[in-house]
Design a protein around this ligand. Structure first.
Ligand code: EPU
Length: 346
């Protein structure tokens, strides 16, 4: 029988964050059976400590050591829980690898996650920042999120509306001390409806010689684009986009675009707002490929901060602050970090 959990003291977190920066946790609790999460928190005597949930460690920056306990959920089951031959619902445990889930769903003949292929991290982290890429956000596919509510001390099942998804945002992200996501339920389809609206996917498919793409071909195109544009965290430490694309009032976007006709501008989160390309703004300030010691900006993508080897979280944070300050000075636009910053304030 597998033990319910494993508890480590003074745990090394360097191998557990994709930036690869040094950090240590006073306690690290690995929970094997998510159904017994509450019992594991009790038995390990960490229930009332500050808790940091750690999935793939691909969306956080350790600028200092986390206090309390770091909790990792290991259950990684994938199941089809409903299927009428047209639509199916898949349930995935929080510990499942996200990209593994995407490829498994394609193997089941289920479509809907293909644009989200190759995003690093765990399934439990996906709803927290509402991961998105190439025209699709995971929140569009989510039926419900199962979570442990630390405030009410009970398991809950939140439907999509209760998750309050926004651009790289959710109820879970707004109140991280309250929620421990344990599983995600996704509505997928047996009939491919390729989403090719994002510039670049159509071109990639054409380059692949695919005229009528199915979900698998779209996943392949996304994988090719990501491999080309985004550094692989297994090769050079990074956490994907370090900043969110800023959402600004439409008049500011118009004024900036008049002055800089090449600035990419996208619809915002409602009337009266627009989303700007943070990568373009950072690139225009000359940061792409910059390097200071081992902290740097990827030469492949201006939105990705990289650790060339021995950068500390504080060095990366300091670089990020100076990048944001230069974008603020030059364009009057405030950038916000996308990953969670642990151990320091932005
Ligand atoms: N651009 C530059 N310089 C660069 C890179 C990009 O000027 O070095 C400009 C180009 O004009 C390009 C535009 O920025 O057309 C947009 O670039 P890209 O298509 O790479 O998308 P992004 O807006 O920079 C967002 C997500 C990515 C996601 C891609 C594709 C955010 C914060 N980032 O990046 O998500 O993969 O779109 O959908 O929304 C992540 O969240 O970690 C992530 C990688």
């Amino acid at each position: 029988m597998t033990a319910l959990f494993r508890l480590l003291r003074d745990a090394d977190l360097a191998g557990r964050n994709t930036f690869g920066v040094a950090a240590r946790a006073p306690w690290l609790l690995e929970v094997n059976d998510t159904g017994s999460l509450a019992e594991a928190l009790d038995l390990a005597q960490v229930r009332d400590l500050p808790l940091l949930m750690l999935g793939g460690g691909s969306n956080l920056l350790f600028a200092g050591d986390p206090p309390g306990a770091v909790v990792a959920l290991r259950a990684a089951g994938l199941q089809v829980i409903a299927d009428d031959g047209v639509q199916a619902v898949v349930r995935a445990d929080a510990g499942a690898d996200w990209h593994g889930l995407v490829m498994w769903s394609l193997d089941q003949g289920l479509c809907g996650l293909e644009n989200l292929a190759l995003i690093p991290g765990s399934t439990g982290a996906a709803p927290i920042q509402n991961i998105g890429a190439y025209g699709v956000e995971v929140g569009e596919r989510i039926v419900a999120v199962e979570a442990w509510d630390r405030r009410a001390q009970r398991n809950v099942r939140l439907d999509r509306a209760a998750c309050a998804f926004g651009y790289r945002d959710s109820a879970f992200k707004r109140d991280p001390e309250r929620w421990i996501v344990t599983a995600v339920e996704l509505a997928l389809s047996r009939h491919a409806k390729p989403r090719l609206d994002y510039a670049g996917i159509g071109e990639e498919l054409a380059a692949m010689g695919v005229a009528t793409p199915g979900a698998r071909e779209v996943a392949e195109a996304v994988i090719r684009i990501r491999r080309r544009k985004l550094p692989d965290p297994a090769v050079v430490g990074n956490a994907g986009s370090f900043f969110k694309n800023p959402i600004v009032p439409a008049p500011l976007a118009q004024a900036l675009q008049a002055a800089h006709p090449r600035l990419p501008v996208f619809p915002g989160d409602g009337d009266g707002t627009r989303k700007l390309s943070a990568a373009w703004l950072i690139d225009a300030c000359g940061w792409k490929g910059a390097r200071e010691g081992d902290a740097g900006v990827s030469p492949a993508h201006a939105l990705v901060l990289v650790n060339h080897g021995a950068a500390t979280g504080l060095q990366l944070l300091d670089l990020a602050r100076r990048i944001a300050a230069s974008v603020q000075d030059r364009f009057g636009v405030a950038l916000e970090p996308e990953p969670r910053i642990v151990g320091a304030r932005w």
